[in-house]
Design a protein around this ligand. Structure first.
Ligand SMILES: *Cc1c(COP(=O)(O)O)cnc(C)c1O
Length: 380
């Protein structure tokens, strides 16, 4: 079934757990436990922390979308990343991209470091990584495009370097979603998602995923997943399943809007720089065209002054000033006080995250209203 179109996979159902009544909307199995008919006679489900039919259905769809052998659904993207980090221990070294979701930076610095894991930070898009591998390097961790600077790293090239050294490559694929990019196909070993974002797609739930293609790694992660108990609830699993049904049409429309909005912002005299991988002048444009099926719907841009930032955030009406991304509504985020508030100052400065940088998650509204709203605010 792996040769089905991605739009069809979004509607797919795991036959072995299909509902007995044929419900098209997969049921929410709102139960903590499952009754046994006798000793050694399990239905296949015993206790929801371990597994639940609704969560298993969601995991099945996400594994298919990312071309993995298994996916695990968690209570948040951070729960997924924290669970993955449990496989590393004292003395293990991990190379991480310098531009990452702020919550991931906080997890690595404040929790994993205390547990003895060592980190080296680098701009992986600059291909400066070969000298960073140490004898104890176990993994490389990155996002591409990155949050919020939209840096694009050549996944296949980096995967080649990792493979040579037996190092695990982990890619947070939240920004493009499996609709536009499949890192496992490019040589990555693990894919991470914040399911809160494009997969859920409606700003109404929190969730996260680990997707793998190696059975041994899968077994270790499944063990941690059932032991630490950060699995996604049945209801939230259902919400993300529902969101995924429209993933293809949402991504297409959001990207179409993003391209037009990026062009508009680029031409505006109030905007000093637009960073969007779909603009040909973006340094990652060619790599994106090779390794992804699209450029996504995330745009970062600088305006002239902090005062203009405040003016935009106060007066914008069609887009919402809010944290998060990937839903049907356009969100405008101020990384320095929101998503990246806990990132060390020197790293923010080095990456160019300053008080004039704004990030847009473009939604599926009418593009004339989105552009019209910015025109109105700029002229106010
Ligand atoms: C939001 C986000 C996360 C964290 O996911 P949560 O669901 O908020 O826990 C991780 N990585 C990226 C790129 C994100 O945007």
């Amino acid at each position: 079934m792996s040769d089905q179109c991605i739009e069809t996979v979004c509607q797919s159902c795991k036959k072995s757990i299909a509902d007995q009544w044929g419900a098209l909307s997969f049921p929410i199995y709102q139960t903590a436990t499952f009754a046994h008919r006798g000793l050694g006679e399990s239905t296949g489900f015993d206790y929801t922390r371990m597994q639940n039919p609704t969560r298993e259905q969601l995991e099945y769809v996400v594994a298919r979308l990312e071309h993995g052998t298994d996916a695990m659904a968690f209570a948040s993207g951070m729960a997924a990343i924290a669970t993955l980090m449990e496989i590393f221990g004292p003395g293990d070294h991990i190379i991480v991209d310098s531009d990452l979701y702020g919550g991931s930076v906080r997890l690595f610095n404040e929790i994993n470091k205390k547990n003895g894991v060592e980190f080296t930070t680098a701009d992986l898009c600059e291909k400066n990584y070969t000298s960073l591998f140490e004898k104890n390097t176990r993994a490389v961790y990155l996002e591409t495009p990155t949050n919020p600077m939209m840096n694009v790293t050549d996944i296949a090239e980096l995967a080649g370097e990792c493979k040579k050294r037996g190092v695990m490559l982990i890619v947070d694929n939240t920004f493009l979603s499996p609709y536009f990019q499949n890192p496992l196909d490019l040589g990555a070993d693990v894919v991470i998602h914040s399911g809160t974002k494009f997969l859920g797609g409606h700003h109404d739930t929190i969730g996260g995923f680990i997707v793998v293609k190696d059975e041994e790694l899968d077994a270790r992660l499944r063990f941690i997943y059932k032991t630490t108990g950060a699995g996604l609830s049945p209801f939230d699993s259902w919400l993300i399943l529902r969101g995924i049904r429209t993933l293809a049409v949402r991504m297409e429309r959001a990207q179409e809007n993003a391209i037009k909005l990026a062009e508009y912002l680029k031409a505006s005299r109030y905007v000093t720089k637009v960073i969007y991988p779909g603009l040909p002048e973006h340094p990652g444009y060619e790599i994106s065209r090779r390794q992804s099926r699209g450029f996504g719907a995330m745009i970062s841009f600088y305006v002239e002054s902090k005062e203009l930032v405040e003016h935009i955030l106060k007066n914008i009406e069609v887009a919402y000033f809010a944290e998060s991304l990937g839903g049907t509504e356009t969100l405008i985020t101020y990384p320095i006080t929101q998503t990246h508030a806990d990132v060390p100052k020197d790293l923010l400065e080095k990456n160019g995250i300053n008080d004039r940088l704004l990030r847009l998650s473009v939604g599926i509204e009418g593009i004339d209203d989105l552009i019209g709203d910015f025109e109105r605010v700029f002229e106010l």
